[in-house]
Ligand binder design. Structure first.
Ligand code: GTP
Ligand code: MG
Length: 171
């Protein structure tokens, strides 16, 4: 058959936003873990789903590990930035981390696609993807394709819309 595209995808975003939960849900069912724990440092997961052959770099979002993100900027083909859409107190922190990423030398010169997940859409106090995108000023992103989807990492809702977009952009 046709060989699926191989892609290094970097998952970043603050701690507790749902990165590991989302990656777990993207995996084939028989490879999914029952419980997800906070990531220490980072983990690398290789798996295939219907749109991509992934090497997912699952970074910890805890403050003390965020300096690890930049080590993977050079080799990634796509970025997934996950935001807890209920964590209003930390939207400013997420925005700051996004600015650091966009200003980094390895990212600045690349036309790399960035997918945003406005995660935890199932919770009552979640902010819509439209509102989140204006709060994070995504329209100011220069020379990079980006896309934002609401998602539920627990059920998988919204994930395939996002990864299909990412897969097209990485062609
Ligand atoms: P770090 O590894 O610490 O950076 O966190 P993370 O971004 O990997 O978050 P993780 O996947 O560990 O999820 C944090 C918590 O949020 C867990 O209790 C998840 O079950 C929960 N969670 C993740 N996605 C969703 C979602 O869409 N809805 C709800 N209600 N809870 C979610
Ligand atoms: Mg994690």
């Amino acid at each position: 058959g046709i060989k699926k595209k191989e892609a290094n995808v970097l998952f970043v975003g603050l701690d507790n936003s749902g990165k590991t939960t989302i990656i777990n849900k993207l995996k084939p069912e028989d490879a999914q873990q029952h419980d997800v724990v906070p990531t220490v440092g980072f983990t690398v997961e290789k798996f295939k789903n219907k749109s991509l052959s992934f090497t997912a770099f699952d970074m910890s979002g805890q403050g003390r590990y965020r300096n690890l993100w930049e080590h993977y900027f050079k080799e990634c083909h796509g970025i997934v930035f996950v935001i807890d859409s209920t964590d209003k107190l930390r939207f400013a922190v997420a925005k700051e981390e996004l600015s650091m990423l966009l200003d980094h030398n390895e990212i600045k010169r690349k036309r790399i696609p960035i997918l945003f997940f406005a995660n935890k859409m199932d919770l009552r106090d979640s902010v819509s993807s439209v509102k989140l995108s204006s709060m994070l000023k995504l329209e100011d992103i220069e020379n990079k394709p980006w896309h934002i989807c609401s998602s539920n990492g627990l059920t998988g809702e919204g994930l395939s819309e996002g990864t299909e977009w990412l897969s097209r952009e990485m062609e």
